[in-house]
Write a protein that binds this ligand. Sequence first.
Ligand code: IVH
Length: 709
Amino acid sequence: MTVNLITALSKKVEELSDAEATAELKWLASEIKRHNYIYHNYDRSEIADADYDRLFKRNSAIERQFPLLVRQDSPNNRVGARTISTFNKVEHLIPMLSLDNAFSKTEMSDFGCRIRRFLNLRDDEPITFVAEPKIDGLSVSIRYENGRFVRAATRGDGLFGEDVTDNVRTLKELPVQLNGNDVPKVIEIRGEVYLSHDDFEVLNQRQKDENWKTFSNPRNAAAGSLRQLDAKITASRPLRFFAYGWGEATSLPSDTHTGVVAAFKRWGLPTNLLIEKHDKVEALIKYYSDIIQQRVLLGYDIDGVVYKVDRIDWQYRLGASARAPRWAIAYKLPAEQAITTLDDIEIQVGRTGALTPVAKLRPVTVGGVVISNATLHNEDEIIRKDIRIGDMVRIQRAGDVIPRVLGTIKNSRHKNSEAYIFPSICPACGSKAVREIDKKTGKADSIRRCTGGLICPAQAKERLKHFVSRNAFDIEGLGSKQIEFLFEDGRVRNPAELFKLEYNNSKSSQPLEDQKGYGLLSVEKLFAAIRARRTISLERFIYSLGIRHVGETTARTLAHAFGDWCTLQKKVAVADANVNDEAYTCIMNIEGIGPSVASAVTDFFKEEHNLFFLKELLSHVNINSVIPPFQHKSDIAGKTVAFTGTLQNLSRNEAKAQAIRQGAKVVSSISKNTDYLVAGITTGSKLSKAERFGITVLNESEWISLLNE
Ligand code: IVH
């Protein structure tokens, strides 16, 4: 290797012949690739960093001299082992959830009450909570096997993250080997990657000195540094980590959260010093006010305090909703406000036609973030607050919620200002924009909607953006700007056309690679990203359709209830959405689904053009069926269960959560398809109905022994 290196670097670049340059570029490409591979897969290097850099520089110098000889696999194209074009996906077998938020003392004590109710605890039974700062960074999951660091992934959508092993491996605070005799065989450490204030300042100064873009805050800098395709860049950034939880684990070193975190510390992992345990609400609230006071002295950004139930058996019983655990809550920092000028009001048209007024503001810093847009909610809000273009307005930013305009400073108003008139035609397609009248209340809806439907380009673009978005098809490289371009250019007008883009491009006289902002490599990357999404999970597919009222959680609920696309289509794509209709009743019967979702879904499948578009789309994609989340054998897995009456040992909510955890489907009303009715103390009509249908009725203790948890 040393001999080759000397030979390679011995001749001046200007003196190389074409043949020599070709041979050397080939050798450099494979040599650099080999070093990347060794570095990342075996955690060692055969070459000093300076020599590695010389190889890279030599390669670039030859490429500059011989541009026609640049190889497809050039190390500069960042498609080698260390410079992969995208990150691989990693599945989180235990989802990485979010946290529910509380913004007031009342919401905090509601949280405590909910837990007490769910666990059916006596009023005098103490609940110990852990309190710790909520660090404003980005969460990662780090897998250790036999104590050895093997993999790291970002949170992603909570179910699938990105493989950032090479990047996280460069964090100096993280041990490659955990030390201790109680380290489990497998444990995924969950925690936050962040930057300290001091390191952030130094990094930004460095960026400035090098004439590179600076970062707006430590969180963005940490995120940008972690998601580097070249792990060497990550290594040069002083990223820090603190461990606050775990995912998959073959065993745990303690039966309390604080016990496990103490073990993390013994094993060599960084944990937060400010973690405390309390069981009195007053002490928990005091912890919050103390942290707020100390905030500027902490040396890193926080966006609140996290409270967690300390007993792990209770955490398990409490479980989680689709979004967040029931055993933890984030008490967010107070919202921050600022005053600035309202330069304009822009009307955005959403994918369902909703016209949303957006305040275009003179840029202003609120809590360290520059804000130039804020929501004005709707027409009535603007009228009620009499907000006018040119006014000085007060804006508020609370955590990661979209900033909003609170009101206007009337005495600063310009004499000639005029009240704002909300448009009654769609700014994108000119169709009438109307406020629907609620059939029940007779009141006009607060949202004005464009009636253009399919002819409205804004709605079509927004539907496409939704379709490719992170929690739907998640197509890398297709942001808002690219969708605008592909749509305006007539290349992609609906989701099915996305999957035809590569084929059409191969026949086009004006291929995408010749368009401004695109090149061969980026087009190839885009096609690869689209190809990679031809297979999709059922819940993502349902979500991607953009049905009104069907967000991520509802899409997941529907996916789990139907299991696969064929069943869903068979049961739902029939008849009308009225209460007697089979499809409507079938959806209404799903636990957690209400009438507005049921009508929206049935309405969607009634529309001729939706069915046409679905047929097109289905010829391009494969939809995976749902794999039941609970794999171990349970007598109730796959069964349909309903509950009635008051239970003695469990709350109704805990009983339902247990059933779902074990793979059962919980329904709110019974039908001939129900397998079990679990009856507590009741005078209700479900019992007699169950007898009529011949459904097995279980009392509470029979139910508990069936669960066998
Ligand atoms: S516990 C199931 N503890 O906040 C989720 N999260 O807004 C349990 N975060 O995704 C999370 N500091 O990235 C927990 N001390 C802390 C935290 C913390 C920051 C982040 C985490 C999470 C996000 C939710």
